[in-house]
Design a protein around this ligand. Structure first.
Ligand SMILES: NCc1[nH]cc(CCC(=O)O)c1CC(=O)O
Length: 311
């Protein structure tokens, strides 16, 4: 019996993601023992300091560092991340395998279901989110809204939103679905105005590039269409030199052999919004990502991003 040690953060969402990833693999490889190992990150140990520093720490990579160290050291064979939390540059000895099927890519407004929608939120309503992209996108459609910083794992964000009396909290539908929190969703936001963070809803399956056994087994869980889509989105983000904290949205979908990519950059105050689209062969997602990024740059993305980074 061979063993594969699967690492993840200790959050409920991370545990749900590992379960989802391992389900089909356990059924397919009855001669492999899959062992789950939790790896604490700075953001898990000290919740209070994490609240303040999570997006600044290690250039936005606060969720992946201890895990990557454990992977490089050989303590685990694979890390199951939320792909959108992973920086677009991977350490040289680590690679990302094709992710399994993607969850709903959209963002959601959560709160009282009658009022947590774009049209029903009262004038000047307060929405909980700390993400530059979400703040910018919200203000672009509802400049009257106020946004309130709220960080941490998904269930505590919902709880604090209620405690603080916020009108809504903006979260990824993927995490809500995976945690069985669908009943919290007031509205799933339209992709046109609210393209998600690149990679949102997909798992980031990270292994050592030389771990042939892990690659052989875990690749069988991958979905090549999802892989092309998220690679296009992440290539666009990388080309814009964006981390996870820039007001950049991206969404790719496949149609036959064609990959379509939609990209959006929004100023933090929501007053300027650039969008671009392109299509290309599914076999070259990076080229498509670069094309859409180049079009956004041509429209003036650099100035918007420089300003967003300065705030
Ligand atoms: N940055 C935190 C984070 N990382 C992944 C998810 C949800 C799952 C996903 O987007 O894939 C979330 C919470 C959120 O943005 O609502």
């Amino acid at each position: 019996m061979r063993t594969l040690v699967v690492g993840s953060r200790a959050s409920q969402l991370a545990k749900a993601q590992v379960k989802e990833f391992l389900g089909p693999l356990r059924a397919r490889f009855t001669d492999v023992e899959f062992r789950h190992q939790l790896i604490l990150e700075g953001g898990d140990r000290d919740r209070r300091s994490a609240l303040a520093s999570v997006s600044q720490a290690s250039g936005g990579a606060a969720f992946s560092t201890n895990q990557e160290a454990a992977l490089v050291a050989g303590e685990v064979d694979v890390i199951v991340h939320s792909l959108k939390d992973l920086p677009t540059s991977n350490p040289a000895e680590l690679i990302l395998l094709p992710p399994p099927g993607r969850e709903d890519v959209r963002d959601a407004l959560c709160g009282p279901v009658e009022t947590a929608t774009l049209t029903a939120l009262p004038l000047g309503a307060r929405v909980g989110t700390s993400a530059a992209r979400r703040i910018a996108q919200l203000l672009a459609v509802r400049p009257d809204l106020g946004t309130v910083p709220i960080r941490g794992n998904v269930p505590p964000r919902l709880r604090r939103g209620r405690e603080m009396g916020l009108d809504a909290v903006m979260l990824a539908a993927a995490g809500l679905h995976r945690l069985g929190l669908n009943d919290q969703i007031g509205q799933l936001l339209p992709i046109e105005q609210f393209p998600p963070s690149p990679g949102q809803g997909a798992l980031g399956i990270q292994v050592r590039a030389d771990n042939t056994f892990a690659i052989e087994v875990l690749s069988t869980a991958g979905d090549l269409q999802v892989d092309a889509e998220v690679r296009a989105e992440r290539a666009m983000l990388a080309e814009l030199h964006g981390g996870c904290s820039v007001p950049v949205g991206a969404h790719a979908h496949t149609d036959g052999g064609q990959l379509h990519l939609y990209g959006q950059v929004t100023s933090v105050d929501g007053t300027k919004q650039l969008t671009a689209r392109a299509s290309g062969p599914a076999g070259d997602p990076a080229a498509l990502g670069h094309r859409v990024a180049a079009e956004l740059m041509h429209q003036g993305a650099q100035e918007i991003l420089d300003k967003a980074r300065a705030t």
